[in-house]
Design a protein around this ligand. Structure first.
Ligand SMILES: Cc1ncc(COP(=O)(O)O)c(C=O)c1O
Length: 453
């Protein structure tokens, strides 16, 4: 019988995260350090202690190849991990493709996505160092609910700034955060100076991840018991997500498979990084593994952005990161994949794209929802709109394999379910979704913005 569900036993769950940083040292494109926004010199890690616990600051630049996962974190991971990997046999049949398609199902976590892999680790290290309250931003609400779940587990308060357009599109994500005891406010909000300033000139501002990050940081630095937490982009976040790729390696080994293509959607790069980074040593040693990073055409950071130093937030409070960016003032159109509406990207993923090890690809939201519906009607699981971007690329690659009559092993990350995104599915069926093209004038503006830094 065809093995459709590939499981690991609890005792097989990896006990270490994979640290890609040592692997990046000999690439032609160097991984540039974060810069202090005031001096424009490499950042003194001590400057981050106002917002992050020391353990996470240390992980940002750690050079050990594998980093042991603390026992307390493993215990929480074990609530839903190891996660299943499935063979998408019915999708393969529908596409009549010779490709074998596998997906790692990260939607089985309590919050419904991969985000708790880092939320749990971040809440744990904060709790250990005496933090009482954590602030963060959330786009789609997946990250906010993951952090709410993790803070509740470790007895911390959480204050979550949710991008206003998503707050209105997805009221039940807010409910979920409240169930776990977190406070969730629409951003821009009246709670911070930065939020108030935006609302004064533009009371209907839909918000963006960049604005919500600025608000969450301002809240953290103005409360002495409070730290800030970022759900993507930074090295330590991608590190925590590598448990995904470490499990996938074991699962593929079990069935004697080797991946030809790895695919994930990219907002800030954490679920994609979590899947692909553990395969980087193999790729560097010459194994032919394609790695495809998928983003929306409405916010095409990797496919159209500029590789330059930029702020991670709109107000310009964060250190400067070397990354692909559309400029920190970029206001992405109101697409339904809220978690992919980010102007920048992870410096690690940006470096891998620049180096040519990762291929970026962008899709419009209508074709993405078409792919999501095909997946749900074959495989059963309803994907989050973010995840559906990866699915569209998978379907395209499977069709290409058929045209070329080539057997390919395609593995993708099913980063989250879409149970709170059904309004977007309704709009798709009513033919009310809009596709957005990013005109070149925005790229010119972005160039000007990063030049002025
Ligand atoms: C389900 C899901 N997938 C993917 C993403 C994109 O984030 P990242 O690129 O950090 O994985 C998000 C972000 O909110 C998400 O909710």
């Amino acid at each position: 019988m065809l093995e459709v569900k590939i499981l690991l036993e609890d005792k097989e769950m990896p006990k270490k995260w994979f640290n890609v940083l040592p692997e990046l040292l000999d690439l032609k494109t160097p991984l540039e350090p974060p810069l202090d926004p005031k001096t424009k010199k490499p950042l003194d890690p001590k400057a981050l202690e106002a917002i992050f616990p020391k353990a996470l600051i240390e992980q940002e630049a750690n050079m050990e190849k594998m980093i042991p996962i603390p026992e307390e974190i493993l215990k929480v991971y074990n609530i839903w991990r190891p996660t299943p990997m499935y063979r998408a046999a019915k999708l393969e049949k529908k596409l009549n493709t010779p490709a074998r398609i596998y997906y790692k199902n990260e939607s089985v976590s309590p919050a419904g996505s991969h985000k708790p892999n880092t939320a749990v680790a971040q809440a744990y290290y904060n709790m250990k160092e005496g933090t009482k309250r954590i602030t963060t931003e959330t786009g789609a609400g997946q990250w906010g609910s993951a952090l709410a779940f993790a803070c509740n587990y470790f007895g911390l308060k959480a204050a979550i700034y949710m991008v206003r357009v998503s707050y209105e599109q997805k009221p039940y994500r807010r409910s979920m955060m409240q169930v776990w005891g977190a406070e969730c406010v629409p951003s821009p909000s009246n709670k911070t100076n930065f939020g108030r300033k935006i609302l004064e000139t533009d009371p209907k501002n839909p918000g963006s991840l960049g604005i919500a990050i600025s608000e969450a940081i301002e809240d953290a630095v103005t409360h002495s018991d409070t730290h800030y937490s970022l759900g993507s982009v930074l090295n330590h976040v991608l590190l925590h997500q590598t448990i995904i790729g470490e499990e996938v390696k074991l699962q593929l080994e079990k069935i004697g498979e080797k991946p030809d293509i790895l695919i994930g959607c990219v907002g800030g790069g954490s679920n994609f990084g979590g899947l692909i980074l553990p395969f980087i040593p193999q790729k560097k040693s010459g194994e032919n593994i394609r790695m495809i990073a998928v983003e929306p055409t409405a916010c095409p950071t990797l496919t159209k952005g500029i590789y330059a130093y930029d702020y991670g937030d709109t107000a310009g409070l964060t250190p400067l990161l070397k990354m692909y960016t559309l400029g920190h003032k970029f206001m992405p159109p109101e697409i339904h994949a809220g978690g992919l509406r980010y102007h920048g990207d992870s410096p690690i993923i940006s470096q891998l794209v620049k180096e040519g090890l990762v291929e970026p690809k962008a899709y419009h939201q209508k074709e993405v929802f078409e792919a999501a519906v095909m997946f749900a009607q074959t495989e059963g699981f309803i994907p989050a709109p973010e995840t559906a971007h990866a699915i569209k690329a998978v379907i395209d690659e499977a069709i290409k394999a058929k045209e070329e009559a080539k057997e390919k092993c395609i593995v993708f990350n099913f980063s989250g379910h879409g149970h709170f995104d059904l309004k977007a599915y309704d709009l798709f069926f009513e033919n009310k979704l809009t596709d957005y093209y990013l005109e070149d004038k925005y790229i010119k503006e972005a160039e000007k913005i990063v030049e002025q830094i």
